[in-house]
Write a new protein. Structure first.
Length: 307
C-alpha cells in the first residue's frame, strides 16, 4: 500500500494535494503597464524574470526580488511563459528577432489590430512557440486590484491559456474569447471605440454649458447617471441584431429621433458650439430613415457602417 502522507507538507492533512507553487514567468517591457504587471506577480510570489531596453527601469523590481536579464534572449530562455508588454508591434519584432522561441508560450499584451495579432501569431508559431494575444481592459493603477474590475481579453492557443490561466489571472481577470488570435484585439478596440463615443458625447455636453452659469461639477453626476441609465440600450441593440428585427419593442423610433435633430443642431449654434462630434451620427440617422423604416430603432445605423 502506498503511504499518501510521505510527501505531504507540514500541516497538510493526509491525502490533501499540496498547493501548486506560483509559476515562474518572464516579462518583456517595463513601461507603466509592464511595471504594474510585474508588481502584481511579485506580490503574489511568482518568480519573475524581467527585461527592459532601458535597464534602469528594472532596478526597483530587482529590489523586490525580480531577476533582471541583460538581453531579451536571456529573459526568454529563463522561463516557458513569456509575457510581452512593449510599446508597439514593431518593438515586439525587434525584441524577439533572432530569439529562440522553441517550446515557449508567448503572451502578447501590446495593443494592436486584429490583423496585426494574426500576423504576429503566425510569426511566433512558425518559430515553435504557442501564442496568445491579449487586450488589457484596465489602466495601470487598476492592475492587481480586483475590486477595480480589471480584466484582459485573450485569444489564440486555448492550450496555452488553460495551462497558464492561474498566472495570467493574478494581475487582472481573464476572458478567453477564441482560438482566432485576432479576437482579443477586436474585442478590445470595440469596447474602446464605444468609450471614445461616450467621451465625444460628454465633451459636447460640457461644451454646451461652458459659456453659461452652469457648474460643471454639479452637472457631472447628472451626466453620469443619465449615461448609466442609457446603457440598457446596449442589450436591446444586441438582441435586435441577433434577431434581425429592428422594430420590436421600440420606444423612441427612428422617425421621432430624426425629427429632433434640428433642435440639437440649433442649440449648438446658439451656444457657439461646433456640432462636429454629433453631426456624423445625425447624418447616418437621416440616411437610415431615407432607406429604411421610421418605425425602427437606431440599430439600423450599424448596417450603414459596413463598407
Amino acid at each position: 500500500m502506498t503511504d499518501n502522507t510521505a510527501d505531504a507538507p507540514s500541516g497538510t492533512p493526509a491525502g490533501t494535494p499540496a498547493e501548486t507553487p506560483p509559476a515562474p514567468l518572464t516579462l518583456l517591457g517595463l513601461g507603466a503597464m509592464g511595471t504594474a504587471l510585474a508588481g502584481a506577480w511579485l506580490a503574489a510570489g511568482h518568480p519573475l524574470t524581467v527585461w527592459n531596453r532601458t535597464a534602469a527601469r528594472a532596478e526597483p523590481l530587482a529590489a523586490k526580488g525580480a531577476a533582471v536579464a541583460a538581453t531579451a534572449a536571456g529573459a526568454v530562455a529563463a522561463n516557458r511563459l513569456v509575457v510581452v508588454c512593449l510599446l508597439d508591434d514593431a518593438s515586439v519584432e525587434e525584441a524577439l528577432s533572432g530569439v529562440d522561441l522553441t517550446g515557449r508560450d508567448v503572451v502578447n499584451l501590446v495593443t494592436g489590430t486584429p490583423g496585426t495579432a494574426r500576423d504576429r501569431a503566425r510569426w511566433v508559431t512558425g518559430r515553435g512557440a504557442r501564442y496568445l494575444d491579449g487586450g488589457i481592459m484596465a489602466v495601470p493603477p487598476m492592475i492587481g486590484v480586483p475590486a477595480a474590475g480589471p480584466y484582459v481579453f485573450y485569444s489564440g492557443s486555448r492550450g496555452s491559456f488553460e495551462e497558464h490561466r492561474a498566472a495570467l489571472a493574478v494581475p487582472a481577470g481573464t476572458r478567453y474569447v477564441g482560438e482566432d488570435a485576432g479576437l482579443a484585439a477586436l474585442y478590445d478596440v470595440a469596447l474602446l471605440s464605444a468609450m471614445y463615443g461616450m467621451f465625444a458625447g460628454v465633451a459636447h455636453a460640457f461644451a454646451l454649458v461652458r459659456a453659461e452659469a452652469v457648474d460643471p461639477v454639479g452637472l457631472a453626476p447628472l451626466l453620469s447617471s443619465w449615461l448609466t441609465a442609457m446603457t440598457g440600450s446596449v442589450a436591446a441593440t444586441a438582441g435586435e441584431l441577433a434577431a434581425g428585427d429592428y422594430t420590436r419593442d421600440v420606444v423612441s423610433n427612428l422617425a421621432m429621433q430624426v425629427a429632433g435633430v434640428p433642435t440639437f443642431l440649433r442649440t449648438a449654434e446658439e451656444q457657439g458650439v461646433s456640432a462636429e462630434l454629433l453631426s456624423p451620427y445625425f447624418e447616418l440617422m437621416r440616411r437610415r430613415l431615407a432607406e429604411g423604416s421610421g418605425e425602427e430603432s437606431l440599430t439600423g445605423v450599424i448596417d450603414l457602417l459596413r463598407t
